[in-house]
Design a protein around this ligand. Structure first.
Ligand code: GRF
Length: 187
């Protein structure tokens, strides 16, 4: 069994899609933990429902960013993952974590990188009038959404389509794509 750890800060829909797809297909992968920095994350409820062990490292309870990241590193080392998948994790991993797990950390971003890195990517791409939008799965390096690209998939924006509708389709595309990329990387 390959060991997968997911990091999530919010909704956790990708986390859930990953776990369900692994289980449905009986892939030899176990999601050994979901780690979150946010005690309010909806991902926690999902972990409880899915019976995936979870760890809350409440960012605000640490005296510094460094102390938080050191605790995160210790937890990751303890979990001994083959792959760490960021899924809506809203913090930048420091070089000492990226370096420790190089080529073992991947992220999903809701835009066709290198266009629209950073926050609110879907809205920014939509407002820029993009006719084709999409998602990117990439290795995590020391930058923001800047690591080598592993996979991309796109949606063609329909005539007069609302932001909400494109957003829904992009998230569905994420849920359909990310689990398969994770599986491929772990093979
Ligand atoms: C996704 O759109 C992902 O691309 C981005 O954050 C969002 C997380 O959504 N990095 P969820 O928490 O998995 O529902």
């Amino acid at each position: 069994m390959k060991r997968l750890v997911v990091l999530a800060s919010g909704n956790g829909s990708n986390f859930e899609a990953i776990v369900k797809t692994i289980r449905k297909n009986s892939w030899p992968i176990e999601c050994v933990a979901m780690i979150t920095d946010n005690p309010e994350a909806k991902a926690i409820k999902r972990a409880q429902r899915l019976k995936v062990p979870y760890f809350i490292l409440d960012y605000k309870s640490f005296e510094s960013k460094k102390a938080y990241n050191e605790a995160l590193l210790r937890k990751l080392e303890e979990l001994n993952p083959d792959l760490i998948a960021l899924a809506g994790y809203m913090r930048i991993l420091p070089p000492f974590i990226v370096g420790r797990f190089r080529w073992k950390i991947v992220n999903i971003h809701p835009a066709l990188l290198p266009a629209f890195p950073g926050l609110n990517a879907i809205e920014r791409a939509y407002k820029a009038g993009c006719k084709v939008m999409g998602i990117t799965i990439h290795y995590v390096d020391e930058g923001v959404d800047s690591g080598p690209i592993i996979e991309q998939a796109c949606v063609k924006v329909r005539e007069g389509e609302s932001l909400e509708s494109v957003e829904r389709r992009i998230h569905r595309l994420e849920h359909r794509t990310y689990p398969y990329v994770i599986k491929k990387l772990l093979e």
